[in-house]
Design a protein around this ligand. Structure first.
Ligand SMILES: Nc1nc2c(ncn2[C@@H]2O[C@H](COP(=O)(O)OP(=O)(O)O)[C@@H](O)[C@H]2O)c(=O)[nH]1
Ligand SMILES: [Mg+2]
Ligand SMILES: [Zn+2]
Length: 374
């Protein structure tokens, strides 16, 4: 085969890859990032589900199962996850994932309240949709926590208030929406009902561009909403008695799906809660109005407690800022500092351990060079 026909073939392969994977979000930038792997004969694909040691990947040739042994480092943040773009071996049993492309965005939570244990839930997400059920009383603090992680991920957050059919009074509903809006500056708040279809078309239009992830507590109605957007019962919905998520695990085979109207949707398992994970800038964005007011305080290091000329306290005084917001802001800042401090301590320990191993090796080598037997 002449070199020119070989390169023609490889460019036509690339365009057919682009064509088959574009519903999954493949674009020119991903293709450029993938080029070195394409040169090694590896196939691009997007991770649609991760299991212990294995993952399902959608490629131009269809869905395949691959082994993640080569991309399972000790750091849980560097483990391949749903939404990643992977470089997979073209053949083999098992096939191995050789690498994944640098992430544009990543949604990370802390799985423990006392320790720092990062868990990455979704990668390469454009819209972080926080599903909040109107069947229960609104917990604005929890919404703010989700929002902090959503902003921190690099994606644009969006709050959907699910099960809006359970609030038939439109005035009551608009108050609930307003409450959430005050807790979510810069974020659209959309009431939806999978039961009646209200709001679903608006949401469909938003998610038709890029990749969206559905986040929120177990029972919030994420899977039902995913099915409404998909126009098919693909995601398993919990039985009513199972809304606390204790009952069973979903048997969904994919967590990432291409939507018929365009866009990609990632459904996440029900989360009991989300702990902050180094989300300082995310917290700042959730409380943008407080950060802005802080800039007007007389003292640049104002703690907004009793300082003269405090713009934050003045705003609480005149009613333009809810005291709850300031308390929630403080709580999340404190939690974040605690987690960051713990992470640093853990990293420091790891480095120290490394250093001990290396110095022990050094001593052993030195002893061996000197003739070993003593
Ligand atoms: N009334 C009402 N119930 C809903 C709606 N969406 C979901 N549900 C119910 O809420 C429960 C939990 O839904 P599911 O989608 O499994 O929640 P997930 O855990 O967030 O995925 C199920 O019993 C659903 O039938 C809705 O729009 N209206
Ligand atoms: Mg679900
Ligand atoms: Zn102040």
């Amino acid at each position: 085969m002449s070199s020119s026909s070989a390169s023609q073939q490889s460019s036509s392969q690339q365009s057919s890859t682009a064509h088959a994977l574009s519903p999954y979000g493949w674009d020119d930038d991903w293709a450029a990032a993938f080029a070195p792997y394409a040169d090694q004969g590896l196939l691009p694909g997007r991770v649609v589900r991760v299991d212990r040691g294995q993952c399902d990947i959608v490629t131009a040739g269809g869905l395949l199962r691959a082994d993640t042994a080569f991309v399972t480092p000790h750091d849980p943040m560097r483990v391949v996850c749903t939404g990643d773009w992977a470089a997979v071996e073209p053949a083999g049993d098992p096939r191995f994932v050789r690498a994944y492309l640098p992430r544009r965005t990543a949604f990370v939570r802390n799985t423990s309240s006392n320790r720092s244990e990062g868990q990455i839930l979704a990668a390469n997400v454009d819209h972080a949709i926080i599903a909040v059920s109107l069947a229960a009383e609104l917990d604005l603090g929890r919404i703010e926590r989700f929002l902090a992680l959503a902003w921190e991920s690099g994606a644009q957050p969006l709050v959907v208030l699910t099960k809006a059919d359970l609030v038939p009074d439109p005035v009551g509903l608009s108050y609930l929406v307003q409450d959430v809006e005050t807790a979510a500056p810069g974020v659209q708040v959309l009431p939806v009902s999978s039961a009646t279809g209200d709001g679903v078309e608006v949401l469909r239009a938003i998610v038709s561009g890029g990749t969206s992830v559905l986040l929120g507590q177990s029972g919030a109605g994420k899977s039902t909403l995913a099915n409404a957007l998909l126009g098919a019962d693909v995601m398993e919905v919990q039985a009513i008695r199972d809304v606390d998520g204790k009952g069973r695990h979903t048997t969904t085979t994919r967590n990432l799906l291409a939507l018929p109207g365009g866009g990609v949707l990632i459904d996440t398992p029900g989360l009991r809660g989300v702990g902050l994970w180094d989300a300082e800038s995310g917290v700042g964005q959730v409380f943008a109005e407080i950060e802005e007011l802080s800039g007007q305080c007389r003292f640049h290091d104002c703690a907004h407690e009793a300082e003269p000329g405090c713009a934050v306290l003045a705003a609480i005084e005149d009613g333009s800022l809810a005291e709850r917001r300031l308390e929630s802001y403080r709580k999340l800042i404190r939690e974040n500092r605690r987690i960051v401090a713990k992470t640093d301590a853990r990293l420091r320990n790891e480095i120290r351990r490394d250093w001990r191993i290396k110095s022990a090796e050094g001593r052993a080598n030195y002893a061996a060079k000197r003739g070993g037997g003593r």
